[in-house]
Design a protein around this ligand. Sequence first.
Ligand SMILES: [Zn+2]
Length: 475
Amino acid sequence: MMPQISFYNTASRKQEPFTTLHPRVANVYCCGPTVYHYAHIGNLRTYVFEDLLRRVLDYGGYAVNHIVNITDVGHLTSDADTGEDKMEKGAAREGKSVWEIADFYTQAFMKDWERLNLVAPSLWTKATDHIPEQIALVKVLEEKGYAYRVPEDGVYFDTAKFPRYADFAGLDIRGMQEGARIGVTEGKRNPADFALWKVSPKDVQRAMEWDSPWGRGFPGWHVECSAMAMKHLGPTLDIHCGGTDHIRVHHSNEIAQSEGATGVTFSRFWLHGGWLLEAPTEEGGGGKMSKSAGEFVTLDFLLKKNYGAMDYRYFCLGAHYRSYLNFSWEGLDTARDSLKSLRRKTDPLIGRATAIASENALGWQRRFLTAAYDDLGFPQALAVLNQMLKDPDLLEGEKAALVRDFDRLLGLGLAEKGEREDRSLPGPLAALLDERKDARAHKDWKRSDEIRDLLKAKGFGVKDNPDGTTSWFPL
Ligand SMILES: [Zn+2]
């Protein structure tokens, strides 16, 4: 018997057995980056957690429709729908156009994605590719009486019309009203109301703006996610993910506007990843890692300091996704050492896998899956892997097969020789390598050789391993 997959659901504040709306299909939407700057490693921790989720669903036999959005418009620096547009701020900082900024940081984000060995989503959705869907959603909300206009400002969602608004995050609406007498956008009816569409100020030409029934302007950040999720996955998702910091505002707003428009549950499960915390420095600071503080740690910075992307992935795997994780260089060193010592045990097993057949081996597999399926209990799953490697009664071939099997979920590259950093092969070349793998699987040796020569011309050699995998190396 396979263990049952279960997740802690923010909506019910309980761990629940995972079920889907449609049998064996999991529709998953993950809030993606706002591409005005590099992602910091705190942002990336959330995507690592979502990757573990994706791998568990894949392994569990679900056909996963997994969407990650790219926010390239409409995200203001303040959650209260005021402040600067993050994209325009990025453009001003670097003296580039907002479109160039969006393009550049989207590419940078995808590079981080690949280096961390995150499974590619079924679809990346860009907010600027979905403006008509966002306008249509706002129109429905207006028709149903959930929206109102604030002259010269935009269209707002009236949270008083959605009585369940406070439930998701357990908000104290009365406290918000008392605390918000000052500093509220003029014309807003309730402090929690949020912009669905912002009109451009008179005589100001914004870098990104579109015509709408309410005037030229741009969509609110929250409406982007609802419109894209429902367009591609239908009115009810199985899982919606994001960071803990999204619960109070962004996800409460997504629920209000989506359910206001459709009248059905927007997402059956809500999973949220905990923050990565920074230790205070001599200058103060500390707390949730953020970009607003100025300096922040990127994956590139870790690589420059000679850590591997897999060291950081291992560091994330060592803590439960919902718990806070303190970032420290000592902690990262420990993760690097642990991964090295793990690889010393798993490397000699590469290419020796047999079937997982004995009662003993099946028992280890069950223990590992029980941990991983229990609300993504990867710290426990890693412990099971380490214990399994020490089991003197297990045959080498079975150990090798278990490592390969467990790594489908861990994603550490334990089943491949050499440093996992190999993954940073530039995107189009990685695609070629995949194509070659396909060609070989179909015994199309001619195409396989052509691709090998193509890669060679670009400065990369390939080596076919006895276990059927292919490694690459710079020439
Ligand atoms: Zn979102």
